[in-house]
Design a protein around this ligand. Structure first.
Ligand SMILES: [Zn+2]
Ligand SMILES: [Zn+2]
Length: 314
């Protein structure tokens, strides 16, 4: 089957899966009342899901893995290329999931690497799209380690799009704001009931539930946290315990140097930049209360009001 045909099929499956999860979120929500256009929705969709993914795909495959392949091409050993595609996918699935469990755990315990992961935890409202919010460095490391061996070992060309599809589908599932009872399967497969706890702002879960697809690792290595209750609906029960920028570029800048986003709004040029995005979206989305549901404008307005208050001394 040609690569183009595989890509078309995987794209259609992914689109259908997104519709299923969104419907599921409406019918059986884990947290009630979360809007579809929740805070950070457009940043996650436009910047992380579309633009960042597109750019990093080129960086990772063309500028990192391709040169590596030039020096380390092990496909001549035909280690996996003669295996059935399903077995190849299974091998890389388990290998990468094992790696990512440990790397994720490391990110939570190392101050430097935490800065490459905090973006993923910054959302106060977690849903099917939240999995896309990952720092550039985190994606480059994880996807190079995920797809590099597949290419270097000369696996079948179908393995990459199938693996990428599983990643996306599973990412939507475990972040989905959906009620799921996994029964005994929870000991093997990760689910929203475990991963949504990982996104909760609770001390107990900062070092727990690191699994991405196989919860087995958490059970095996003693890092599972599953109290049988939910974190609760209050925004403070979710995300980070400290303020985190709302803007995509500021989120990346914040990982290098800490600053107060609200203080930056004292500067005229920054206010202009900060309101560019909501102003642009306002061109397309007409609402009675502009963009309030999308959670884009309030941050800017609140911060601006606070800045005005600081300036006027009120
Ligand atoms: Zn984490
Ligand atoms: Zn997550």
């Amino acid at each position: 089957m040609s690569q183009e045909r595989i890509l078309t099929i995987t794209s259609i499956i992914l689109a259908c899966w997104a519709v299923i999860i969104i419907t599921w979120e409406r019918l059986f929500p884990y947290r009630k009342g979360l809007p579809l256009f929740r805070e950070g929705f457009w940043v996650d969709l436009v910047w992380y899901t579309i633009i960042q993914s597109f750019v990093l795909k080129i960086v990772i495959f063309d500028y990192i893995i391709a040169p590596l392949q030039h020096h380390f091409d092990w496909s001549r050993f035909q280690g996996v290329s003669n295996w059935p595609v399903a077995l190849q996918v299974l091998l890389f699935f388990v290998m990468h999931d094992f790696y990512i469990y440990w790397f994720h755990r490391f990110q939570h315990s190392n101050k430097f690497f935490w800065r490459t992961h905090e973006a993923h935890h910054s959302g106060k409202e977690v849903d099917f799209l939240s999995g896309s919010r990952s720092h550039i460095v985190e994606i480059i490391i994880n996807q190079t380690i995920e797809f590099g061996p597949i290419i270097l070992l000369g696996a079948s060309p179908e393995v990459i799009p199938i693996k990428a599809l599983i990643d996306s589908m599973y990412g939507m599932f475990i972040h989905g704001n959906i009620r799921v009872k996994m029964g005994k399967l929870k000991y093997i497969f990760n689910s929203p009931e475990l991963h949504l706890w990982h996104h909760a702002n609770y001390r107990e879960v900062f070092h727990a539930n690191f699994a991405t697809k196989l919860s087995l690792w958490d059970y095996l290595f003693g890092t599972v946290y599953f109290p049988g209750t939910k974190p609760g609906n209050k925004p403070e029960n979710w995300g980070l315990y400290y303020d985190y920028p709302k803007d995509y570029f500021l989120q990346h800048a914040f990982s290098v140097k800490r600053f107060d986003e609200k203080q930056l709004l004292r500067h005229k040029w920054f206010r202009w930049y900060y309101n560019l995005r909501p102003a642009f979206i306002r061109l397309f989305v007409r609402r009675k209360k502009p963009l309030q549901d999308a959670g884009i404008l309030p941050a800017a307005i609140i911060a601006e009001k606070e800045t005005e208050a600081i300036q006027t001394g009120t």
